[in-house]
Design a protein around this ligand. Structure first.
Ligand code: SF4
Length: 330
């Protein structure tokens, strides 16, 4: 697929995108003998996907929800209002996953690169993760962003494997046991990884390692809300409580990009203070999640330096960390 195609399709009207999503699901089912299920997270995107599947493709379309133990209670309650949703669970507890593999910080891609740079025995891979590899487009690829290089020396592990253990593995097990393949409500615009995946396979992937459908790839967040409002689709009340993201309550992916005075941890502490305290106390290598978040400059609601942080002191701290890292490695 070409990036130009994505740009054109992203500009389609909502009704064109609905037709396209329905066509994508039907094409996927035709190739898999009808063996599809909706991967339902209870968030607005997969709520729309489930609605499309049940309204336009087949009533009672099967759906599966993975309860990681880390979902907003509002999401779990919302999921329970639907019929024909199978609830699956991971084998490991969150605290064990974080303690064994490390904290999910920055992004899935960067967490993976940092984990590999810290733990690989291959000097070649470590060098790629630190310095990058020359790509065809002339840019360095496969590299930890300069801003996060200091995490290679952090006193705790950083890892993307949390997603593998809490989400991917339970879904893989489900797929293996039932012979059904996932239909997933992600959008190509959400991350670099998702864009790359779409450029490689388009909306339906029949790659033997990844048989899955992504019917909302060309949608935007505005399309999702337009669909919800136009078709009067019920959605989780969490969105009306100041939360603009769902998924795992404590996840650190993308939290450094939240602008403004209030971030996801402010919202979490406000809505579910007990869960907030539990998550902040999780440990890796004897370092708490709270300390790891502050280490990367996240403003926590109950931080002692909260007031100083609001005035930008954390930026100064981080700049010093990067400078000292760079002087060690130059
Ligand atoms: S979304 Fe974040 S917290 Fe949830 S499983 Fe994935 S890495 Fe872990």
């Amino acid at each position: 697929m070409l990036y130009e195609d994505l740009k054109i399709r992203t500009g389609w009207t909502l009704s064109q995108k609905i037709d396209h999503a329905v066509g994508t699901i039907e094409a996927f089912l035709a190739k898999t003998d009808g063996k599809g299920y909706i991967s339902f997270s209870g968030g607005k995107d997969s709520t729309v996907l489930l609605d499309i599947a049940r309204r336009f493709v087949r009533r009672g379309f099967p759906a599966v929800f993975s309860n990681t133990g880390n979902e907003f209670p509002e999401i779990v309650q919302f999921v329970r209002t639907f019929d024909d949703v199978t609830i699956i669970r991971p084998k490991m507890r969150i605290s064990d996953v974080l303690s064994k593999y490390g904290f999910p910080l920055v992004s899935k891609e960067q967490s993976q690169y940092i984990r590999q740079a810290r733990n690989t025995n291959s000097e070649i891979l470590r060098n790629i993760r630190i310095n990058g590899k020359q790509g065809r487009n002339g840019y360095k690829q496969g590299k930890i962003d300069d801003k996060w290089l200091f995490l290679i020396k952090a006193p705790f592990e950083v890892s993307e494997l949390c997603c593998q253990k809490l989400k991917k593995d339970p879904f893989h097990t489900y797929s293996k046991e039932t012979g059904l393949y996932p239909i997933i409500g992600t959008m190509a615009s959400e991350s670099r990884l998702r864009l790359q995946k779409w450029l490689k396979t388009g909306c339906n992937s029949f790659d033997s390692k990844n048989i899955a459908s992504y019917p909302l790839s060309i949608w935007t967040e505005n399309d999702i809300w337009e669909y919800i409002h136009k078709l009067k689709v019920p959605y989780s009340p969490i969105y009306d409580k100041g939360c603009n993201r769902t998924g795992c309550m404590f996840c650190g992916f993308g939290c450094h990009m939240e602008k403004g005075l209030f971030n996801r941890f402010d919202v979490l502490q406000n809505l579910h203070p007990k869960a907030y305290q539990t998550f902040m106390a999780y440990e890796n290598n004897g370092v708490t999640y709270r300390d790891a978040l502050e280490y990367i400059g996240i403003k926590l609601p109950d931080s002692k330096n909260r007031q100083l942080r609001l005035f930008g002191i954390d930026e100064i701290i981080n700049t010093n960390k990067v400078n000292s890292y760079e002087s060690n490695y130059s």
